[in-house]
Design a protein around this ligand. Structure first.
Ligand SMILES: Nc1ncnc2c1ncn2[C@@H]1O[C@H](COP(=O)(O)OP(=O)(O)O)[C@@H](O)[C@H]1O
Ligand SMILES: [Mg+2]
Length: 338
């Protein structure tokens, strides 16, 4: 399959001025600044085929936004290169921006005082969208992102959810081939998240738009992305499918036992029985149900089941699928928690 995005050995260093404390330190920093180099992105390579929605994940400060800024041409890589739809973003920015759409969830790119409708009219001129196309496009975006109720309002009066939908519509006005979404669902309620996910899916399916999506919300990933690139401290730590990720790091199992008698809970001493630490097992009680999350490298499924059944009266039992959130947590902090 044809690749839409190539990132090759991308690296980004920032110079940071370190200031000593106090006024003396401030003055010193002014005349003889002590500079330190921060490596935000160390060495990242990946490719995204045309029409794919890629989940780009990692903990805070991993370098996700910095990678997105290099791919969109906002930042210049210290070394390495990226090619998107055959173009180098930093080289011909004017042409390049016509092919991409960008949304940074943390910050709007809309004009604060303009009514939304006027904002789109300005963008239409900037991107030179013909009248008939613009009409059709607005009708389509209106439908998928439900802009109608606030399209005449100034951007500053919009709620966060409305603002995010407005930002996404703005990024799609010129029908870009590639869409970069950096935390598009951050801080939104479930209903707006759902609307935004549907919009992303619709754009991807109907127009074949290639999408890179960074998010903290693992439901976004599960619902939208077949493939994931995970980064940590500026390096790629995983590149593959969601199921592969679950298999690779999914040695965590969760069982829920419904007890006949809730008081029996205290008799379950998994830690002592199998000499487990808090890193290996977590047990939580909620009335008559007990949830046990454990690491199968340390204690087997059979051991947990047979010990539980032998120790207490169990009414019912459920097995929960591994959640990516757990996998990521484990990958970073090597812990189990309920
Ligand atoms: N303009 C900048 N100047 C200095 N350091 C920066 C700058 N932008 C980002 N960083 C640092 O680079 C690292 C990666 O940041 P970022 O790409 O925003 O991570 P993420 O989006 O994964 O949370 C962080 O340590 C951050 O403090
Ligand atoms: Mg970020």
């Amino acid at each position: 399959m044809e690749n839409m995005i190539y990132a090759e050995n991308l690296r980004k260093e920032f110079k940071k001025i370190i200031k000593e404390p106090g006024i003396k330190g401030s003055v010193k920093a002014l005349f003889k600044p002590h500079k330190e180099i921060v490596t935000a992105v160390d060495d990242i390579s990946f490719a995204v085929p045309k029409g794919e929605i890629l989940g780009f994940i990692g903990p805070n400060g991993a370098g996700k936004s910095t990678v997105i800024k290099m791919l969109t041409g906002i930042l210049m890589p210290t070394s390495g290169k990226c090619v998107i739809n055959g173009q180098i973003p930093q080289k011909n920015r004017k042409d390049y921006v016509r092919e991409i759409g960008v949304v940074f969830g943390q910050r709007t790119q809309l004009w604060w005082d303009l009514a939304l409708r006027e904002t789109y009219a300005v963008l239409k001129e900037i991107y030179e969208v013909p009248d008939d196309r613009y009409k059709k496009r607005m009708a389509f975006l209106n439908e998928v992102l439900e802009l109608d109720s606030f399209i005449t309002s100034p951007v500053r009066t919009l709620s966060l959810g409305q603002r995010m939908r407005a930002d996404i519509a703005a990024s799609l006005l010129h029908s870009p081939k590639v869409l970069f979404l950096d935390e598009p669902t951050i801080g939104l309620d479930v209903v707006v998240k759902e609307n935004i996910r549907n919009a992303i899916r619709t754009i991807n399916e109907e127009e074949g738009t290639t999408v890179i999506l960074t998010t903290h919300d693992l439901s976004d990933i599960e619902l939208l992305c077949e493939r994931i690139v995970m980064i940590d401290k500026g390096n790629k730590v995983f590149d593959g499918g969601l199921s592969e990720l679950k298999r690779s790091f999914g040695n965590i199992r969760t069982f829920t036992f419904d007890l006949m008698n809730p008081d029996d809970f205290t008799r379950l001493e998994y830690r002592t029985k199998y000499r487990l630490t808090d890193d290996d097992i977590a047990v939580k009680q909620d009335r008559s149900s007990v949830t046990v999350k454990f690491n199968t490298d340390k204690v087997s499924v059979e051991e947990i089941i047979s010990y539980t059944l032998a120790t207490v009266h169990v009414k019912d039992m459920q097995i929960t699928d591994v959640e990516i959130e757990d996998i990521i947590k484990r990958l970073y902090r090597r812990e189990v928690s309920v």
